[in-house]
Design a protein around this ligand. Structure first.
Ligand SMILES: [Zn+2]
Length: 277
């Protein structure tokens, strides 16, 4: 049989198979595909710089990826320090409890949350190995980023700062190679200073010197472990949640997660990018 004649038959068989699969699977609200579709990662998924958190969701229940492409930084926001103060707990205890619950479906889907959490004293906690895809930076705005209408959904400061960083020829979903930032980036949540916890590296910022030191150490370690190209830290392989989802992560002064794309930044990406080796 000629190749051209075979193609429609094969396509038809695949179509029937997909239909059968659809019929047999119940409607599920989870954002991530099932674990059976995973691929093996060829680089080690555990950071030697991090403490492994006990009691996390079993990675065997996650979907694995063949590679991690970059590092994406978040801030947990002030809710963590506020809750810690009210409950008499440490911020890191509150954050870890929150993210283990998110891994187990507290937000309506499994594997919500970051791979790592960073506390004020610079201690890094790993909650998911780097080969597991977690839902930390996805969202419903992909179409608006691709068609340009996102610019009407963000403040003028956000748009200005975003273009200053990435140029007018790009959009938030052209920064990374796949369809979703969750697929490509390892997420790190940083607890901000506040409610009596932590002293910022300098006035105006919201993160401690120790947190900056650990982000730099982690970037240096991770880039080598995952064999990212030399200079990766000065490309979109390193960015913040506000870079890929400015609609959800902006206010009138610009981006706040973690707060670099604004006139008076909360986080200093220049400092980090220039020190990762
Ligand atoms: Zn975030």
């Amino acid at each position: 049989m000629k190749e051209s004649a075979k193609a429609p038959i094969i396509a038809g068989l695949i179509g029937l198979f997909v239909l059968a699969l659809r019929k047999s699977s119940p409607n599920r609200p989870f954002q991530l595909p099932p674990p059976s579709r995973g691929k093996a990662m060829t680089t080690p998924p555990i950071s030697p710089l991090a403490r492994q958190v006990p009691g996390v969701r079993d990675p065997k229940l996650g979907r694995s990826r063949a590679r991690a492409w970059g590092l994406l930084l978040h801030t947990t926001g002030g809710g963590v320090t506020d809750k810690a103060k009210k409950l008499g707990k440490t911020p890191i205890a509150v954050a870890i409890e929150t993210y283990i619950n998110s891994q187990n479906g507290a937000n309506g889907y499994f594997w919500g949350g970051p791979g790592y959490v960073l506390e004020h004293d610079g201690t890094l906690h790993q909650l998911a190995p780097d080969n597991i895809v977690t839902a930390h930076a996805g969202g419903p705005h992909r179409d608006q980023y691709l068609d340009g209408t996102w610019l009407s959904k963000v403040s003028p400061s956000m748009a200005t700062e975003w273009h200053r960083q990435w140029s007018v020829n790009r959009n938030p979903y052209s920064l990374f190679p796949s369809r979703s930032p969750n697929e490509d980036y390892i997420g790190v949540e940083m607890i901000p200073c506040g409610d009596g916890f932590g002293i910022p590296m300098r006035p105006g910022l919201r993160f401690t010197q120790a947190q900056f030191d650990t982000v730099i150490a982690l970037g240096s370690e991770m880039g080598k472990r995952h064999i990212w190209p030399v200079g990766w830290q000065k490309t979109a392989r390193l960015l913040g949640h506000e870079d890929v989802d400015p609609i959800e992560r902006h206010d009138s002064k610009g981006g706040w997660d973690p707060g670099w794309l604004r006139a008076s930044p909360y986080f200093d990406f220049d400092y980090v990018r220039s020190r990762i080796s």
